[in-house]
Write a new protein. Structure first.
Length: 94
């Protein structure tokens, strides 16, 4: 994700479950979908959405399908309890 999404390490570690959305046009086929990634608040900007390479979306969706249920963890920047994408056994991966 670091290479193809162009995010800071902290932004990657704080991604949330459901951070990937796909955008299509009515007449487009599946290969023309655009992957949109919801990036959490970081040290310089508020939360935003950015288009990323499809391989990022595919990798995140693959992880979400095998990721076991995790307790909600506090976000280091906002303090909110959120479903962290990169968590396993009740701890953040990193």
């Amino acid at each position: 994700m670091w290479l193809f999404a162009g995010l800071r390490g902290d932004e990657i570690l704080r991604l949330r479950v459901g951070a990937v959305r796909w955008q299509t046009t009515p007449d487009a086929d599946a290969s023309e979908r655009v992957c949109l990634l919801d990036v959490p608040t970081n040290k310089t900007t508020s939360a935003f959405t950015k288009p990323v390479d499809r391989i990022v979306g595919d990798a995140i969706e693959a992880w979400q399908t095998v990721r076991p249920a995790q307790p909600r963890l506090p976000d280091r920047k906002t303090g909110q309890l959120v479903d962290m994408l990169l968590a396993y056994r009740g701890a953040r991966l990193g």
